[in-house]
Design a binder for this molecule. Structure first.
Ligand code: ZN
Length: 222
Protein backbone atom coordinates (compact mmCIF):
# COMPACT_ATOMS: atom_id res chain seq x y z
CA UNK A 1 0.00 0.00 0.00
CA UNK A 2 1.54 3.31 -0.98
CA UNK A 3 1.37 6.41 1.11
CA UNK A 4 -1.54 7.92 -0.78
CA UNK A 5 -3.71 4.79 -0.50
CA UNK A 6 -2.89 4.56 3.21
CA UNK A 7 -3.97 8.14 3.62
CA UNK A 8 -7.19 7.55 1.69
CA UNK A 9 -8.04 4.45 3.65
CA UNK A 10 -7.47 6.25 6.98
CA UNK A 11 -9.69 9.06 5.79
CA UNK A 12 -12.44 6.66 4.76
CA UNK A 13 -12.28 5.04 8.19
CA UNK A 14 -12.58 8.44 9.84
CA UNK A 15 -15.57 9.33 7.68
CA UNK A 16 -17.22 6.00 8.46
CA UNK A 17 -16.64 6.47 12.19
CA UNK A 18 -18.07 9.98 12.02
CA UNK A 19 -21.15 8.70 10.16
CA UNK A 20 -21.64 5.95 12.69
CA UNK A 21 -21.36 8.44 15.56
CA UNK A 22 -23.90 10.73 13.90
CA UNK A 23 -26.26 7.82 13.38
CA UNK A 24 -25.92 6.80 17.04
CA UNK A 25 -26.62 10.35 18.19
CA UNK A 26 -29.67 10.53 15.95
CA UNK A 27 -30.88 7.13 17.19
CA UNK A 28 -30.45 7.84 20.89
CA UNK A 29 -33.57 9.99 21.52
CA UNK A 30 -36.04 7.61 19.80
CA UNK A 31 -34.44 4.60 21.51
CA UNK A 32 -34.64 6.33 24.90
CA UNK A 33 -38.24 7.36 24.23
CA UNK A 34 -39.14 3.78 23.26
CA UNK A 35 -37.53 2.51 26.48
CA UNK A 36 -39.46 5.02 28.60
CA UNK A 37 -42.78 4.22 26.89
CA UNK A 38 -42.06 0.50 27.14
CA UNK A 39 -41.35 0.87 30.86
CA UNK A 40 -44.57 2.84 31.37
CA UNK A 41 -46.66 0.23 29.57
CA UNK A 42 -44.95 -2.83 30.94
CA UNK A 43 -43.74 -1.37 34.22
CA UNK A 44 -43.10 -4.13 36.67
CA UNK A 45 -46.08 -4.66 38.91
CA UNK A 46 -46.09 -6.04 42.38
CA UNK A 47 -46.99 -9.70 42.41
CA UNK A 48 -50.28 -10.87 43.88
CA UNK A 49 -49.64 -11.80 47.52
CA UNK A 50 -51.39 -14.25 49.81
CA UNK A 51 -52.34 -13.06 53.30
CA UNK A 52 -49.24 -14.82 54.66
CA UNK A 53 -46.94 -13.27 52.06
CA UNK A 54 -48.49 -9.86 52.66
CA UNK A 55 -47.80 -10.23 56.37
CA UNK A 56 -51.05 -8.72 57.64
CA UNK A 57 -50.60 -6.40 60.62
CA UNK A 58 -52.14 -7.35 63.98
CA UNK A 59 -54.88 -4.73 63.59
CA UNK A 60 -56.44 -6.70 60.71
CA UNK A 61 -58.91 -9.40 61.83
CA UNK A 62 -59.08 -12.28 59.38
CA UNK A 63 -62.70 -13.44 59.10
CA UNK A 64 -62.97 -15.00 55.65
CA UNK A 65 -66.21 -15.69 53.82
CA UNK A 66 -66.78 -19.30 52.83
CA UNK A 67 -65.94 -19.89 49.17
CA UNK A 68 -69.18 -19.49 47.17
CA UNK A 69 -70.04 -18.07 43.80
CA UNK A 70 -72.06 -15.11 45.21
CA UNK A 71 -69.44 -13.42 47.37
CA UNK A 72 -66.15 -15.31 47.32
CA UNK A 73 -65.70 -17.11 44.01
CA UNK A 74 -62.17 -18.23 44.89
CA UNK A 75 -60.89 -16.76 41.63
CA UNK A 76 -57.22 -15.73 41.79
CA UNK A 77 -56.52 -12.03 41.21
CA UNK A 78 -54.67 -11.24 37.96
CA UNK A 79 -52.67 -8.43 39.57
CA UNK A 80 -52.85 -5.75 42.20
CA UNK A 81 -52.71 -2.56 40.18
CA UNK A 82 -54.76 -0.46 42.54
CA UNK A 83 -56.92 -0.06 45.62
CA UNK A 84 -60.60 0.88 45.33
CA UNK A 85 -62.36 2.65 48.22
CA UNK A 86 -66.12 2.17 48.79
CA UNK A 87 -68.80 3.04 51.36
CA UNK A 88 -71.36 0.42 52.37
CA UNK A 89 -74.33 2.71 51.64
CA UNK A 90 -76.21 1.35 54.65
CA UNK A 91 -75.92 3.93 57.48
CA UNK A 92 -75.18 2.70 60.98
CA UNK A 93 -74.35 -0.90 60.03
CA UNK A 94 -71.20 -2.49 61.42
CA UNK A 95 -68.35 -4.25 59.63
CA UNK A 96 -69.51 -7.59 61.07
CA UNK A 97 -73.06 -7.01 59.82
CA UNK A 98 -71.86 -6.22 56.33
CA UNK A 99 -69.61 -9.28 56.37
CA UNK A 100 -72.65 -11.38 57.44
CA UNK A 101 -74.65 -9.88 54.59
CA UNK A 102 -71.95 -10.96 52.11
CA UNK A 103 -71.98 -14.43 53.65
CA UNK A 104 -75.79 -14.63 53.46
CA UNK A 105 -75.63 -14.10 49.68
CA UNK A 106 -74.31 -17.66 49.38
CA UNK A 107 -77.81 -18.86 50.29
CA UNK A 108 -80.10 -15.95 49.34
CA UNK A 109 -78.48 -15.41 45.90
CA UNK A 110 -79.82 -11.85 46.14
CA UNK A 111 -76.74 -10.31 44.52
CA UNK A 112 -73.07 -10.84 43.89
CA UNK A 113 -71.24 -8.62 46.35
CA UNK A 114 -68.25 -8.60 48.71
CA UNK A 115 -65.00 -6.78 49.38
CA UNK A 116 -61.51 -7.81 50.35
CA UNK A 117 -61.49 -5.52 53.42
CA UNK A 118 -64.20 -3.98 55.60
CA UNK A 119 -63.66 -1.08 57.99
CA UNK A 120 -66.18 -0.61 60.80
CA UNK A 121 -67.53 2.41 62.65
CA UNK A 122 -65.00 1.92 65.46
CA UNK A 123 -62.11 1.56 63.04
CA UNK A 124 -62.00 -2.24 63.18
CA UNK A 125 -60.56 -3.80 60.01
CA UNK A 126 -61.79 -7.16 58.72
CA UNK A 127 -60.34 -9.22 55.90
CA UNK A 128 -63.27 -11.12 54.37
CA UNK A 129 -61.83 -12.10 50.97
CA UNK A 130 -58.10 -13.03 50.81
CA UNK A 131 -55.83 -10.45 49.14
CA UNK A 132 -55.01 -12.89 46.33
CA UNK A 133 -58.66 -13.54 45.41
CA UNK A 134 -61.28 -11.59 43.46
CA UNK A 135 -64.02 -9.84 45.47
CA UNK A 136 -67.28 -8.60 43.90
CA UNK A 137 -67.01 -4.90 44.54
CA UNK A 138 -65.41 -2.82 41.81
CA UNK A 139 -66.96 -4.09 38.55
CA UNK A 140 -64.40 -4.26 35.73
CA UNK A 141 -61.58 -3.64 38.20
CA UNK A 142 -62.45 -6.68 40.35
CA UNK A 143 -59.65 -8.74 38.88
CA UNK A 144 -56.76 -6.30 39.30
CA UNK A 145 -57.51 -4.32 42.46
CA UNK A 146 -58.11 -4.79 46.18
CA UNK A 147 -61.36 -3.36 47.57
CA UNK A 148 -62.14 -1.70 50.88
CA UNK A 149 -65.74 -1.15 52.07
CA UNK A 150 -66.15 1.47 54.80
CA UNK A 151 -69.04 1.76 57.26
CA UNK A 152 -70.56 5.17 58.03
CA UNK A 153 -73.03 6.40 60.67
CA UNK A 154 -75.23 8.62 58.47
CA UNK A 155 -76.74 8.86 55.01
CA UNK A 156 -74.23 11.54 53.92
CA UNK A 157 -71.58 8.81 53.89
CA UNK A 158 -69.05 10.72 56.03
CA UNK A 159 -66.76 8.35 57.93
CA UNK A 160 -66.20 8.48 61.69
CA UNK A 161 -62.71 9.60 62.72
CA UNK A 162 -61.94 6.00 63.72
CA UNK A 163 -63.00 4.66 60.30
CA UNK A 164 -61.07 7.39 58.52
CA UNK A 165 -57.90 6.77 60.53
CA UNK A 166 -58.05 3.02 59.85
CA UNK A 167 -58.64 3.67 56.15
CA UNK A 168 -55.54 5.89 55.98
CA UNK A 169 -53.51 3.27 57.85
CA UNK A 170 -54.75 0.36 55.70
CA UNK A 171 -54.30 2.13 52.36
CA UNK A 172 -50.81 3.33 53.40
CA UNK A 173 -49.91 -0.24 54.41
CA UNK A 174 -51.16 -1.65 51.09
CA UNK A 175 -49.45 1.05 49.00
CA UNK A 176 -46.23 0.32 50.81
CA UNK A 177 -46.59 -3.47 50.44
CA UNK A 178 -47.39 -3.39 46.70
CA UNK A 179 -45.34 -0.36 45.67
CA UNK A 180 -48.50 1.54 44.71
CA UNK A 181 -48.78 5.30 44.70
CA UNK A 182 -51.37 8.06 44.91
CA UNK A 183 -52.80 7.60 41.41
CA UNK A 184 -53.36 3.88 42.09
CA UNK A 185 -55.79 4.66 44.93
CA UNK A 186 -59.22 5.29 43.42
CA UNK A 187 -62.90 5.58 44.31
CA UNK A 188 -65.56 3.21 43.02
CA UNK A 189 -66.83 6.38 41.30
CA UNK A 190 -63.62 6.48 39.22
CA UNK A 191 -64.41 3.02 37.82
CA UNK A 192 -68.13 3.24 37.03
CA UNK A 193 -69.33 6.75 37.96
CA UNK A 194 -71.33 5.25 40.86
CA UNK A 195 -71.82 7.67 43.80
CA UNK A 196 -69.45 5.61 45.95
CA UNK A 197 -67.93 6.43 48.38
CA UNK A 198 -70.62 9.12 48.51
CA UNK A 199 -68.87 11.65 50.77
CA UNK A 200 -65.64 11.52 48.75
CA UNK A 201 -67.58 11.87 45.48
CA UNK A 202 -69.51 14.90 46.75
CA UNK A 203 -66.37 16.38 48.36
CA UNK A 204 -63.45 15.91 45.95
CA UNK A 205 -61.31 18.18 48.18
CA UNK A 206 -61.80 15.76 51.05
CA UNK A 207 -60.70 12.91 48.74
CA UNK A 208 -57.51 14.78 47.82
CA UNK A 209 -56.91 15.53 51.53
CA UNK A 210 -57.37 11.81 52.24
CA UNK A 211 -54.74 10.94 49.59
CA UNK A 212 -52.44 13.55 51.18
CA UNK A 213 -52.94 11.83 54.55
CA UNK A 214 -52.09 8.44 53.01
CA UNK A 215 -48.91 9.84 51.49
CA UNK A 216 -47.93 11.53 54.72
CA UNK A 217 -48.73 8.50 56.89
CA UNK A 218 -45.81 7.07 58.77
CA UNK A 219 -46.36 3.71 60.32
CA UNK A 220 -45.56 3.65 64.05
CA UNK A 221 -44.01 0.20 63.37
CA UNK A 222 -41.45 1.60 60.91
ZN1 ZN B 1 -68.69 0.96 45.84
Amino acid sequence: MNRQTEYQSARQKRVRRRRLRRRLILCAPPVLLALVIGFMIFRPRAPVLSAEELGLPGWVTVDLLPVNEWSRPGTPLDAVNGIVVHYVGNPGTTAAQNRSYFESLASTHAAKASSNFLIGLDGEVLLSVPPDEVAYCSNERNSDTLSIECCHPDADGAFTDATYDSLVRLVAFLCDSYGLSRQDVIRHYDVTGKQCPLYFVEHPDAWEAFLDDVEAYESPDS
